[in-house]
Design a protein around this ligand. Structure first.
Ligand code: PLP
Length: 444
């Protein structure tokens, strides 16, 4: 614990990316499996000495790569306490505290996201598995309507399911579809607009069984699909609508951003992450399904030696995993520490920081490629090569860390502001580094 707090106290002032030397030193741990063990304290010393310097400072305030987030103090400490408890979260009868916290957190999340009361929920590893779980429920329902029991009989010989996705659906959604036997490439791709939003009027006319996958929070632009229009078309054709809202769903928690999720409560299932914008430790994802029974039908198993169904929610009835860590503990702790106003402020603050980045870069003459409606900024410093050079040099500089992307044919630097720890001063300090490096290279 002392080593961890020491790490956190210093993580804001070191270079964000680990040095090459620090990463190279990891190899010193590579030795044959030792005959003799080591005291716990010495094990921790080895970890701290060799691995702490080789970490990316994602827990610090100036990491803007991907959509990562840090760990809220209450959530991190809850993670440590839960580690000491060493409780799974499978059955209320076995481990009441973790099972109950999950149920409480689920209730709060349903309230926060304004989802239908009584909808089913699963605590999983991340948005990939959240979409997997939710789409397993979707697969169950759309095939059940055709008289097919997919859990019992599998997909061989089943009526084919049409899967519709936006052209800029996240790659991990494709992976979820592949894992479910629905095929990564066997999808109908709907064209998107200049922000990456699905064009609802271009949705194909489909017959059942069909699953439409929409998106809340495009990983490049932060844009949201038009849910009311998608739902109207899809539902009138009897299709199931799923939303990948890995980070975007959290816009619902912030009154000034909730217009972005308009109509999202009409869909049939939702996937999101807690380890991104809620700032809980890895790993933590959440699936919600309007018909709790459908999720249960896809996931539940019974055996003589397992606790029977009682009035208490049985967490393992709703998840792909059987044994699983109590992720509800940290989610509950994060929500308890923030409260409604703190959560709203976290979302608002990070979005405001993103806007500040965009304004600072634009004022210096660089092109912002997206409408900055959320916490994502795409900036071009000129041609692809120049932009790539500036990204590499910024990563080397260490003041902050941003990644690159190619979006709708444009090479850009991607800024995602997702950490509770980022302050306005961190934004200004990072902007200064960006502009200092860019001015050396860019033709404006
Ligand atoms: C991050 C992300 C995912 C994948 O989430 P994991 O937690 O890494 O599984 C899916 N969709 C979108 C839009 C994302 O941003």
């Amino acid at each position: 614990m002392k080593r961890a707090t020491n790490y956190l106290e210093n993580v804001g002032e070191r270079g964000v990316a680990p040095s090459r030397e620090a990463v190279a030193r990891l190899a010193k741990l590579n030795r044959p499996f030792p005959e003799q063990g080591l005291e716990a304290e010495a094990v921790l010393a080895e970890l701290d000495e060799f691995c702490s310097p080789a970490t990316m400072a994602t827990a610090g305030p100036r990491f803007f790569g991907f959509v990562i987030g840090g760990s809220l103090p209450a959530a991190l400490a809850a993670n440590w306490l839960a580690g000491a408890w060493d409780q799974p979260a499978s059955f209320y009868e076995e481990t009441p505290a973790t099972a109950y916290l999950e149920q409480l957190a689920l209730g709060w999340l349903i309230d926060i996201f304004r989802l239908p009361p009584g909808c089913g929920g699963a605590f999983v590893t991340g948005a990939t598995m959240a979409s997997f779980a939710a789409l397993a429920a979707a697969r169950h329902v759309v095939l059940e309507r055709e008289g097919w029991n997919v859990e019992k009989d599998g997909l061989f010989g089943a009526p084919p399911i049409t899967v519709v996705v936006g052209a800029e659906a996240h790659v991990t959604l494709m992976k979820s579809l592949g894992l479910l036997g629905l095929g990564r490439a066997r999808v109908v791709r709907v064209p998107v607009d200049g922000q990456g939003r699905m064009r609802a009027e271009a949705l194909p006319t489909t017959s059942c069984p069909t699953i439409v996958c929409a998106q809340a929070g495009n990983v490049n632009t932060g844009a949201f699909d038009p849910f009311p229009e998608i739902c109207k078309r899809a539902h009138s054709a009897g299709a199931w609508v799923h939303v990948d809202g890995a980070f975007g769903l959290w816009a619902s928690a912030c009154p000034s951003r909730s217009y972005l999720t308009r109509g999202i409560e009409e869909v049939d299932s939702w996937a999101t992450d807690a380890h991104k914008w809620l700032n809980v430790p890895y790993d933590s994802g959440l699936a919600f399904v309007r018909q709790a029974e459908a999720l249960r039908a896809a996931m539940a198993v019974t055996a003589e030696y397992l606790p029977p169904t009682t009035e208490h929610r049985k967490p393992s009835d709703y998840t792909p995993e059987s044994s699983r860590r109590g992720r509800g503990v940290e989610v509950w702790a994060a929500l308890r520490s923030l409260g409604r106003s703190g959560l709203s402020d976290l979302i608002e603050r990070t979005c405001t920081h993103a806007k500040r980045f965009a304004e600072g870069l634009e004022a210096a003459g660089y092109e912002i490629l997206n409408d900055v409606v959320l916490n994502q900024v795409l900036v071009s410093f000129g041609d692809a090569e120049t932009t790539r050079k500036i990204i590499a040099e910024l990563q080397e500089d260490g003041t902050c860390w941003c990644g690159g992307t190619v979006w709708q044919g444009h090479t850009a630097m991607r800024i995602s502001v997702s950490s509770w720890a980022t302050t306005k001063a961190d934004v200004d300090r990072s902007l200064e580094a960006m502009l200092r490096i860019a001015s050396k290279h860019a033709r404006r």
